[in-house]
Write a new protein. Sequence first.
Length: 94
Amino acid sequence: MSNWKDVCSILQVTVIRGINLSVPSGYSAQELQTYVTLDFPYPPESSQTGRTRHGTGTSAVEYPDARFRFTIKRSDTKLKRLFSRKEVHLVIYY
């Protein structure tokens, strides 16, 4: 029987909102359409990714239901190194 730490777990990341997003010149906040991409670099062989739906019409956009679940193995030394050296990459596109 395997140890409970060896079982895969779920890491949940929630994108709630973008606050005071800069509006490109020539555009108004009402024309702004944004989305966020996530890159969780685990396992190192194949990163896990996610993407929100488009948020529109404001520079303080909310992303309802933007919850992403990443599979992790809590006892993995690669995961422990990842948390001490790397980050989850969140990029806002518009």
